[in-house]
Design a protein around this ligand. Structure first.
Ligand SMILES: [Zn+2]
Length: 340
């Protein structure tokens, strides 16, 4: 089968690799319908995470069940399914508490690689959620978004306790930040302040529900949020970048007693204990338990109540994956879908 393989910084190739096989009886093999390039794929692409050997890429996917192991009970061959970027049993105590991304049996899908024609999905019964009906082309994009960026933005909004009467600030105007805006809006937030200095992303942020746009960053950005909120700061802040500046900006934009949902993959972030002590905010973040939200998100998508697929602004055949990475790296594209 054809697969996307990263050989080193900025060296993306599409190559023939062996077809996956059932390894554990709880595995399923899916024929991938659509996959995509994630902002987090850019860390190794840019050489900011080491690439010690040619590595299969990708952890987002919509697909059709092609084979099932002998212990898979809830899926049938031919089912259209969505799963998250972490395979989980959905039965352990961590999963039952809603934190499937930290399942005690978790398997990171990035280690499997879903930018390929087929993918092996571990713990298939727990991981995969069946899609009812046949999605339109736009709904398919949205289902693919649900696999990671929508689910991650949703978790960030829930972790930040976005809701009716709340002012939500969103740090990061990538796909996750933009969909955090969509989630906050759906959860009933009254005011949503988006940090962005890119006209096209500002437009999408507004479409998804942002009421205010702040172009300043760092201390200047915090100052603007305080000005917009009578000096209080936001009740709820989403951090969807993962850098020191973004985390400081998120905490600084949040009022005392508020909540920060941080989902940007942390790179070099260090928190100052004294500053954190006086910030008086709640922090909840980490790899998003997308599986918790998938059934609800699939329902909202298939009934056209939300349209997160709008974050995909470039679609390419998988053979042109290298161009997809380049376009995201150069910020010419927000999110790239790869078709098969
Ligand atoms: Zn579990």
């Amino acid at each position: 089968m054809r697969s996307v393989v990263l050989h080193g910084p900025r060296d993306v190739r599409v190559e023939d690799t062996p077809d996956p096989e059932i390894v554990e009886p709880t595995d399923a093999i899916i024929k991938v319908t659509a996959t995509c390039v994630c902002g987090s794929d850019l860390w190794p692409y840019r050489g900011l995470e080491p690439v010690n050997q040619p590595s299969r890429m990708g952890h987002e996917y919509v697909g059709v069940v092609d084979q099932i192991g002998s212990a898979v009970n809830d899926l049938q061959i031919g089912d259209l399914v969505v799963g998250s970027f972490v395979a989980s049993d959905n039965t352990c105590e961590i999963c039952q508490a809603g934190f499937q991304s930290r399942c005690i049996h978790q398997v990171m899908m990035g280690s499997v690689g879903t930018q390929a024609e087929y993918a092996r999905i571990p713990l298939a019964d727990g991981t995969l959620v069946k899609v009812p009906g046949t999605p339109t082309e736009q709904q398919l994009k949205s289902l693919l978004a649900a696999s990671d960026v929508l689910g991650t933005g949703w978790f960030a909004a829930v972790a930040a306790e976005a809701g009716p009467g709340k002012t939500v600030a969103v740090v990061g105007d990538g796909a996750v930040g933009l969909l955090g805006i969509l989630a906050a809006k759906h959860l009933g937030a009254e005011r949503i302040i988006a940090f962005s200095r890119h006209a096209d992303r500002q437009a999408l942020a507004t479409k998804f529900g942002a009421t205010d746009i702040v172009e300043e960053r760092g201390e200047g950005g915090i100052k603007r949020v305080l000005e917009l909120t009578n000096g209080y700061g936001a009740h709820s802040t989403i951090e969807a970048v993962g850098t020191q500046e973004a985390m400081d900006q998120a905490i600084g934009s949040t009022r005392a007693g508020g909540h920060v949902g941080f989902v940007g993959v942390s790179h070099g972030v260090e928190l100052n204990g004294f500053g954190l002590f006086w910030a008086t905010v709640s922090l909840l973040g980490g790899p998003a338990p997308v599986r918790r939200f998938l059934p609800e998100l699939i329902e909202l998508i298939m009934t056209d109540q939300i349209d997160p697929g709008q974050v995909f602004d470039l679609t390419l055949p998988i053979e042109q994956a290298a161009e997809g990475y380049k376009a995201m790296d150069e910020r010419r594209a927000t999110k790239v879908m790869l078709t098969l």
